[in-house]
Design a protein around this ligand. Sequence first.
Ligand SMILES: NC(=O)c1ccc[n+]([C@@H]2O[C@H](COP(=O)([O-])OP(=O)(O)OC[C@H]3O[C@@H](n4cnc5c(N)ncnc54)[C@H](O)[C@@H]3O)[C@@H](O)[C@H]2O)c1
Length: 276
Amino acid sequence: MGSVAFDFSKDVVVITGAASGIGRGTALQFAKAGASLAICDMNLEEAEKTAAQCRELTSGKVIAVKMNVTNDDEVAAARDTIIKEMGTVDILFSNAGVSSKVMGPPLDIIPNSDWELVLQVNTLGMVKVCRAFAPVFREKRSGKIVLTSSIAAYTSTPRSMPYSVSKLATIGFAHAFSIEMGEYNVNVNTICPGFVYTNIYADGTAMKFRAALGGGLLKFNDNESVMNAMAAAGSSLKRAQKVEDMAYAVMFLCSEQAKEITGQVLNVDSGYVNRF
Ligand SMILES: NC(=O)c1ccc[n+]([C@@H]2O[C@H](COP(=O)([O-])OP(=O)(O)OC[C@H]3O[C@@H](n4cnc5c(N)ncnc54)[C@H](O)[C@@H]3O)[C@@H](O)[C@H]2O)c1
């Protein structure tokens, strides 16, 4: 099979949630393609590690920037730092996200704190990041924005309401935002990852999956096996995905070859959503 070689050596790429998982994996692939990068995360220490890995791969400039996406002032300060250090922004990958801290309870006992955390980070955090960077793209009259939603927007497992709501809201936002930014020659698209084993599974997610699966797969007692079993049981290709699969989708959407694609949602899920 053939392969595609991406070249982002002229581009400044901003990634949120880039201290771990999909954000880190995407940063590394952009670095391999020669990009300059702003590695943004609330966890600066881990963001610095991503940045160091990227510097090994690209001759472009790479900076790590502290950005808690829930804090307007911090987002604006991070944007200003990025513009000062990098000169401009060509690509924004708004990807920071969290899962519910409490998995499994029905609606009447999901605490407000869980709704607030998930919506503050996944939905309002993304809005704050897009709002902060939109003027940069409007002024350039070019650029690419990719948002991370989830297959959970369409395939909510029982009792994971806050996360599903937050990710369906991402798609609604992206739709409207793509129309608004289209006037400025800016493409806005969304990826929906399926199952990628990252740190997001560290907090009780396996419990959610066990609840959704019933007794059949309870023999698994670690999160990765439960996740893989979910992916295998529900997807056409019978497998989970890797961070690189998300990176390639993002890079395609940010490439010149995808210049006529905007307002779209790309499920990168080995064929999970289409079986519902
Ligand atoms: N892993 C999957 O299977 C999967 C599936 C669907 C969607 N997603 C989505 O992909 C995105 C990345 O998740 P991941 O799997 O790489 O998880 P991860 O936990 O490995 O990475 C998430 C990153 O976001 C950062 N973050 C969290 N809250 C933040 C905040 N307030 N401000 C700034 N940074 C913050 C974390 O520090 C972390 O570095 C998320 O939006 C997640 O919802 C993941």
